[in-house]
Design a protein around this ligand. Sequence first.
Ligand code: PLP
Length: 355
Amino acid sequence: TPRRRSGMPDFSHLPPDAVIISSNENPLGPAASALAAVGQVGVSGGRYDRFGVAAATVKTISEQFGLKPGYVELFPGSGGPLDMALMSNISPSKGLVCADPSYEQGPRAAATCKAPLKMVPLTKTYAHDVKAMLAADPNAGAFYIVNPNNPTGTMTPKEDILWLIKNKPKGSVVIVDEAYFHFSNDESVIDQVVADQDVIVMRTFSKIYGMAGVRAGFAFGRPDLLAKFQTISPEISLRNVASVSLFAAAAAHASLLDPKLVPERKKINTDIRESTLEFLDKRGYKIVPGSQANMFMVDVNRPGREFMGNMIKEGVVIGRSWSAMPNYVRVTVGTKPEMEKFQTAFVKCMDMPPA
Ligand code: PLP
C-alpha cells in the first residue's frame, strides 16, 4: 500500500467498497453521544476552549480512577505522549526493553534516541516475558509493555507487570500501553499510578471509542514523570503539544460519560472476533490463540506481504507481518459483513499456491 508523508497508508486508490481491516480502527466510529457533544460545542469552535472542556475531561477520568490532580494529561492521541514517555527515560546510556513481536513505536523511539534496545520474545502463551525482559537489560531506562499486545492481542497477567515494577532498577520506568485495554477482561495497572509507582500508562480514544481520526488519548503518571516529558524538547512548550482540539475533547468527555459505550462495543467486538476465529479454526488455519483485543494473527503459510497483496486484489486490506512471525498477518476485527467478505477472500487466497 502506498504511504502518505505522515507515514499513514494511502487508501485513496481503493474501490469505495474495499474492506479496510489493517489498522485496528473501530468501524463503528465515534459514539452517537460523542457526535452530539461535538455538535453542541461546534459554535464555540471560534474560541479557545473557554469552557474548559479538556480540563473537564481530565477531571472526569481522574475521578473514574481515583487519581489526585496532576496525575493524568490529555493529548491529541496516545502516540505522541508515548514517544515522550519513552524518549524521556532512555538515552545512549539507558536502554529500552520491548517484547517481540510488539508495537514498533518502542524500537523506533530507541533508534531515535540511539538507546540500546533489547527485544525479548513473547512467552509460549504470547505474554510479555517480564523476567527475561529484566534479565535482558538490568540497567534499562524503560520497559515497554503493550497490554493487550499489538499485534497478537494477547494479555500479560497483571501480577507479571507488578513483578516487573517491583524488581526493575531504581530510576527506571515501566510504560504500559493500554491502547486496547477496554476490549479485554483483565484489570488495569492504573492503580499503580494511583499508588505512586514508577509507571506510566497510556490510553487512547482511537480504538474502542472509534476516534482514531479525531485524536485524543491520555498519559497517566506521577506528576514528576509527566513533567519529564518536557525534557525531550525543552524548547517546545508541553502545553502547546498537549493542546487538544475542542471537538476532540468534547467527544472524549461524552464518551467517558456514556456508561453503555464500552460494554456494548466490547461485546460486539468479542462476538465477531470469536466467530471469525472459529471459522478459521474449523477450516484448519492456524491462529494465535488468546486475543482479547480487536485484532488477531493468523498463519498464512507464506510471506505475509505476498498474502496481503493477494487480499487487496480481493478488496480486503489486512494488516502487516512482524519479522518475528513473518508468515503471520495481523487482522483487525471489522463489522460482521466485513468479516464475511474477509473470510471468503481469505479462503480464496489460502487456496492459491505460494509464489
Ligand atoms: N499504542 C498502540 C499499541 C497502538 O497500536 C497505537 C495505534 O495503533 C497507538 C499506541 C497510537 O494510537 P493513537 O496515537 O491513535 O492513540
